[in-house]
Ligand binder design. Structure first.
Ligand SMILES: Cc1cc2nc3c(=O)[nH]c(=O)nc-3n(C[C@H](O)[C@H](O)[C@H](O)COP(=O)(O)O)c2cc1C
Length: 157
């Protein structure tokens, strides 16, 4: 069973989780890179505006062929209650190419559920499993148990 983890990360939280999932599962990693500079307050505001308007963003060329994977795990930070614009672009560029999917997100507060609903709608697929991590959990390194559960669900579905 081949697994690809596709993620975008502006400040490293989502990257940390993506890499921990890869270590625990042996999955391949694809980091989506935005062509836009998103650093600092200006980058924050620009990113929030794009996400709220559900806009696409230019991304660097990807390295992995999604068609070669049985399962694609998609990871995104939450921006203004939405997925990030670079992940939206990646999904848009690859519609119809995903076999099975699972989702994870990182965010300040883990109450919001909208992102996974929209991922479901865009892909037209129910995820094998979902994982939500707060920045606090990521900072404290409290994610291995949740990741184990996430991977078990993926593999048993
Ligand atoms: C533009 C912007 C908007 C955000 N909006 C939300 C939000 O609506 N809800 C939330 O819980 N966190 C929000 N956050 C916090 C991020 O989701 C959180 O810091 C995330 O873990 C960052 O992931 P990264 O380090 O991989 O980029 C926002 C961050 C940014 C930059």
């Amino acid at each position: 069973m081949s697994i690809l983890i596709v993620y975008y990360s502006r400040t490293g939280y989502t990257k940390k989780i993506a890499e921990a999932i890869a270590r625990a599962s042996g999955a391949d990693l694809e980091e989506i890179l935005s062509k836009k500079n998103r650093k600092g307050l200006f980058g924050y505001l620009k990113s929030g505006k794009e996400a709220a308007r559900k806009e696409l963003a230019e991304i660097e060329e990807v390295k992995k062929n999604v068609l070669e994977y049985d399962i694609v795990i998609i990871g995104t930070p939450v921006w203004v209650g939405n997925m990030t614009s670079p992940i939206r672009t990646y999904l848009n560029n690859n519609l119809g190419r995903f076999k099975q999917v699972a989702f994870f997100s990182t965010q300040g507060s883990i109450k919001d559920q909208k992102v996974f609903n929209e991922l479901r709608e865009i892909l037209g697929k129910d995820p094998l499993s979902v994982l939500k991590m707060s920045t606090k959990e990521v900072s404290k390194g409290e994610f291995n148990d949740k990741i184990d559960k996430f991977l078990k669900e993926i593999k048993s579905n």
